[in-house]
Design a protein around this ligand. Structure first.
Ligand code: ADP
Ligand code: VHF
Length: 382
């Protein structure tokens, strides 16, 4: 991360000015101790968000809680471990969750729109544009998009891993000015906040501010996923892509949106980049790898050129055209990630061949780049 030299007041002013805001709320902030949705907590959050929306702000809500909301109705005493049961709970719970938000926002005469996303929606170019258009349209019509992962079809292999990351990627998708992460704890602490002697960190301007900080990977409520680790990672993703982040509790949402000194502020550390490249870097695990010779590494990394078949020495994994793959140097280190234009089974016949020869032998379709430079991020440039 770059060190940000702005004053505290400047940084908070950026929060206050933010027009388009993505707010993410975790399961632990929406459920009762006994399990199930807590209508009062949903209403309290909606009070804050509806007022912000009335104040000319555009709000996109990324809400967890589908699985938690579906547990009690299906008779699960706790979050089940197996995927099918989680998917069933999410299926029942998502409906209840959105019904609750619909009723709660209706108190302010505001509509909500449910948007369920899968990793593919943020990694495949046409689908990315499609998701963007839908969210833009909802915002233009004054509705509050309520985003969640499409848990009923997500499996361990093809999921965002957590909604904190989904929120960071959504913030990039909609070109947000601010990301607010709401949890059951009022910020990042320098150790387990349930232990005495730990204190809240008001600001994280760079990696040095995280030195020695104990960041837990599980929440105390037992309903959320990822604990603080995923929130700090999401804050990194957003801040490095030019979106400042405030991490605080749902109870302090109003203060956070007003730019008051609450929670932990992660000022933006990078410039806004072409958003598609941000998701490519962070959205998902690569589906395979292409092995490059030294000349191809140089062309891709130093000269930012497209990857051509002539520079390929090998292929691993089972991927389809359009999937994200890693580009490996001769030592097997991933130097770039890109969207590949061929299926894995087609690649062996391309290795080391010139596009000219391939086109002559196999037809003009084989003249295309293996990975186009517009679909490529160099991983060293984080
Ligand atoms: N360094 C830390 N600072 C703050 N909270 C931490 C820290 N390490 C672990 N945690 C735990 O992370 C929890 C939040 O994570 P989680 O339950 O997954 O939230 P959510 O459901 O809101 O996404 C907190 O309740 C806290 O117990
Ligand atoms: N998509 C899941 C939530 C996954 C998740 O990351 O939960 P949380 O840690 O509470 O934000 C659901 O709606 O239950």
């Amino acid at each position: 991360m770059l060190v940000n030299a702005s004053s505290d007041a400047d940084l908070r002013a950026e929060v206050t000015r933010a027009k388009r805001v993505v707010v993410k709320v975790g399961s632990s902030s929406l459920t009762t101790a006994a399990g199930g949705l807590d209508a009062d907590r949903v209403d309290a959050l909606v009070d804050v968000l509806a007022r912000a929306a009335a104040d000319e702000r555009e709000i996109v809500l990324v809400s967890s809680g589908a699985i938690a909301a579906g547990l009690a109705p299906l008779g699960f005493p706790r979050r089940p471990r197996d995927l099918a049961s989680q998917q069933a709970a999410a299926s029942v719970g998502q409906g209840l969750l959105v019904a609750r938000y619909t009723a709660s926002f209706a108190r302010y005469r505001r509509r909500v729109g449910q948007v369920l996303l899968t990793v593919d929606d943020l990694t495949r170019r046409p689908r990315y544009r499609n998701a963007y258009n839908t969210l833009e349209k909802l915002l233009a019509m004054g509705a509050v998009p309520i985003v969640n992962e499409n848990d009923t079809v997500a499996t361990h292999e093809i999921r965002f891993s957590d909604n904190d990351r989904l929120a960071a990627l959504t913030a990039h998708l909609v070109h947000a000015d601010l990301l607010v992460l709401l949890s059951d704890v009022d910020g990042l602490y320098d150790g387990d906040p349930s232990k005495p002697g730990t204190s809240r960190i008001p600001e994280v301007r760079g990696e040095a501010d995280l030195d020695g900080v104990e960041i837990g990977s599980t929440g105390k409520a037992g309903v959320g996923t990822g604990g603080m680790v995923t929130k700090v990672e999401a804050a990194r993703i957003a801040a490095s892509g030019g979106v400042p982040v405030v991490l605080t509790s749902a109870a302090e949402a109003a203060d956070a949106l007003a730019g008051r000194p609450t929670g932990t502020l992660f000022p933006r550390t990078g410039r806004r980049s072409a958003d598609r490249l941000v998701w490519l870097r962070h959205a998902s695990a690569p589906h395979g790898a292409l092995h490059l010779d030294a000349g191809a590494v140089e062309a891709v990394v130093e000269r930012r050129m497209s990857l051509l078949p002539a520079g390929l020495t090998g292929v691993t994994g089972d991927f389809a055209e359009g999937d994200p793959v890693d580009l490996l140097d001769e030592n097997g280190h991933a130097v770039a990630r890109g969207l590949v234009n061929f299926d894995a089974r087609e690649v062996p016949r391309l290795l080391g061949r010139s596009t000219h020869d391939l086109a002559r032998e196999l037809g003009p379709a084989y003249q295309r780049e293996v990975v186009h430079r517009d679909d490529l991020v160099v991983l060293g440039s984080r």
